[in-house]
Design a binder for this molecule. Structure first.
Ligand code: GDP
Ligand code: PGA
Ligand code: MN
Length: 610
């Protein structure tokens, strides 16, 4: 490869390993604006990982964990203010306000560019500008979805290496003129000469901005995963959802699971749950039903397009897992534990044990002493959590002990069932099958969940979260729902995935979970597969086909049978109380609400009244 230099750079004299003119012009433009000390093209090599993690340890951002327990793994403690996605600071800057829709923050693109340009001016002084070429999805795809993140954060570079296919191979794929998504990120914390850095630089002013028509992302002020690892939520959901709308495919907030029956029949299942509502756990499920096996393809994002056979094929655009640590343990999620234990993992905001291990709430063997996520001494009677509720592990997919071999196949896998689900302590039964694609789209469109710690806001308050996409839609929610209905018209109903609505989180009077969840969810998956095969029974209720306890395989289940009954109950009065909330939400969607969704709503009301 011949090298060009980026003119205007501060005396590094470095050469750059690409002849992509648009990329070079952009890097130069950003370097002139942000004034970094140097520009480095990330190559994704082991040597680079070692260099950067060493630097991060030296800077106090990372603590190297005990190599015998967690080889090549690190703990980052963030600034206490920078621990989750910031939805109030997330913008969809479409040309026209109406294209962003009522669920997104909007500002005119020119105005946003002017505002952020002033924030970016000089913001990388004293830092390195990294050029991080990345690819969402397998490198061998016919139409690889490429991106380049420019960032001044070493934490972001090493995390991007875990979460995406990145580095030299992607730069090669970019060639001299392949299109790519421009993703600009800065922590927004310039250093004056001689000024000491802090362990977690960030800025009180934050913007997570998307320009869907230009296919660009501008992020400022935060180092947290969903705000800063721009391949993930920003590209693979917000920008990709806009691409998918234009091109006739789906970019969804879904895990992808391979389920294998005792007869060795394979079923691929995709499931959309809001952040911190069980995607990673279901993606890694250990079925408790004898003879059933599960393998993982993805835990957060699915891109789905029609194959020539009229079926929907899903690909996971990511390369790693960015999972919620609290609640993860050897009994709830041994797959995640084994993936983490293989090392090469970046933890953020978990606690550290005295021998350099990682610990979080609900992990086995609670120690008597820890350094908590704030860096303070912690004992069991401290009266506060040792790990932040949204603390995360960032670990390579390739270390998963039970990967589906197809996980890196550009063709993707044909989806038999789509699950929607939220966190509801009442009303919503354990599982509920839709009457049709359009009814399933209605279920997804009106699904609701209690707010979790994965984003700022009041934990526990119920909000509507269509297809678990409300924080991740790159365009108008009404157009999005219409897109789902249109997708259903592309194929025969028989070829389309069957749609189910699940709720693992229903509670009894004393707040206990009615359903044990985790591996026991395989009993629900088995029923779902039997519904696909037409071999399981269900009751036609006003809200959909719901099983009774007798329809589900409960052999050997250690749970109160009354609790199971209660978890499956469809209480007409509860659903009637839900109607005004759904009505309010549909009003909020506004004029662009598809008539198909309105029709399903009217039909639901009629069924509840009859
Ligand atoms: P994600 O952010 O959607 O990937 O969610 P996770 O799979 O990381 O789970 C978020 C939280 O929900 C964790 O604390 C899990 O322990 C908990 N969780 C996951 N699945 C279940 C389940 O089936 N039942 C219950 N009660 N909790 C669950
Ligand atoms: P998740 O999102 O909770 O859906 O895994 C990660 C994030 O907060 O960006
Ligand atoms: Mn997850």
């Amino acid at each position: 490869m011949t090298a060009a230099t980026i003119p205007g750079l501060n005396g590094t004299g470095d050469t750059v390993p690409t002849k992509h003119a648009e990329l070079l012009a952009w890097v130069q433009e950003v370097a002139e604006l942000t004034q970094p000390d140097r520009v480095v093209f990330a190559d994704g090599s082991d040597a680079e990982w070692e260099r950067l993690t060493d630097q991060l340890v030296e800077a106090g951002t990372f603590t190297r964990l005990n190599d015998e327990k967690l080889p090549n793994s690190f703990l980052a403690q963030s600034d206490p203010s920078d621990v989750a996605r910031v939805e109030s600071r997330t913008y969809i800057c479409s040309e026209r306000e109406e294209d962003a829709g009522p669920t997104n923050n909007w500002m005119a693109p020119d105005e946003m560019r002017r505002t952020m340009t002033e924030l970016y001016r000089g913001c990388m002084r004293g830092r390195t500008l990294f050029v991080v070429p990345f690819c969402m999805g397998p490198l061998g795809s016919d139409d690889p979805k490429l991106g380049v993140e420019l960032t001044d954060s070493e934490y972001v570079v090493v995390s991007m290496r875990v979460m995406t296919r990145m580095g030299s191979a992607v730069l090669d794929l970019l060639g001299e003129d392949r299109p790519f998504v421009k993703a600009l990120h800065s922590v927004g914390a310039p250093l004056e000469p001689g000024q000491d850095d802090v362990p977690w630089p960030c800025n009180d002013t934050k913007y997570i901005t998307h320009f869907p028509e230009a296919r660009e992302i501008w992020s400022f002020g935060s180092g947290y995963g969903g705000n800063a690892l721009l391949g993930k939520k920003c590209y693979a959901l917000r920008i990709a959802s806009a691409m998918a709308h234009d091109e006739g495919w789906l970019a969804e907030h879904m895990l992808i699971l391979k389920l294998i029956s005792p007869e060795d029949k394979v079923y691929y299942i995709a499931a959309a749950f809001p952040s911190a509502c069980g995607k990673t756990n279901l993606a890694m499920i250990h079925p408790t039903v004898p003879g059933w096996r599960a393998e993982t393809l993805g835990d957060d994002i699915a891109w789905m397009r029609f194959g020539e056979d009229g079926r929907l094929y899903a690909v996971n655009p990511e390369f790693g897992f960015f999972g919620v640590a609290p609640g993860t343990n050897w009994s709830s999620n041994p797959t995640a534990m084994k993936t983490i234990e293989a090392g090469n993992t970046v933890f953020t905001n978990v606690a550290m044990t005295d021998d350099g291990g990682a610990w979080w709430e609900d992990l086995e063997n609670q120690p008597e002493h820890l350094i908590d996520w704030l860096g303070q001494d912690w004992t069991p009677d401290s009266g506060r959590k040792a790990a932040h509720p949204n603390s995360r592990y960032c670990t390579p997919m390739s270390q998963c002990p039970t990967p589906a071999p197809e996980w890196d196949d550009p063709q993707g896998v044909p989806i038999s069932a789509i699950l929607f689900g939220g966190r509801r302590k009442n009303t919503v039964p354990l599982v509920n099958q839709s009457f049709s694609w359009q009814h399933g789209t209605f279920m997804g469109a009106t699904m609701s969940s209690e707010q979790t710690a994965a984003a700022e806001g009041q934990v526990g308050s119920v909000r509507r979260d269509p297809m678990a996409m409300i924080p991740f839609l790159g365009y108008h929610v009404g157009d999005y729902l219409q897109h789902w209905i249109n997708i259903g018209k592309n194929s025969d109903e028989a070829q389309l995935p069957k749609i189910f609505y699940v709720n693992w989180f229903r509670r009894g009077d004393d707040k206990r979970f009615l359903w044990p969840g985790f591996g026991e969810n395989s009993r629900v998956l088995k029923w779902i597969v039997e519904r696909i095969e037409g071999t399981a029974d269900a009751q036609a209720t006003p809200i959909g086909y719901v099983p009774t306890a007798a329809d589900i395989d409960l052999d050997g289940l250690d749970a109160d049978r009354n609790d199971v009954d209660e978890s499956l109950a469809v209480n007409v009065d509860d659903w009637k109380a839900e109607i005004p909330m759904i009505e309010e939400w549909l009003q909020f969607v506004g004029d662009k609400l598809p008539s198909g969704i309105r029709d399903e709503f009217e039909a639901l009301k009629e069924r509840l009244d009859s």
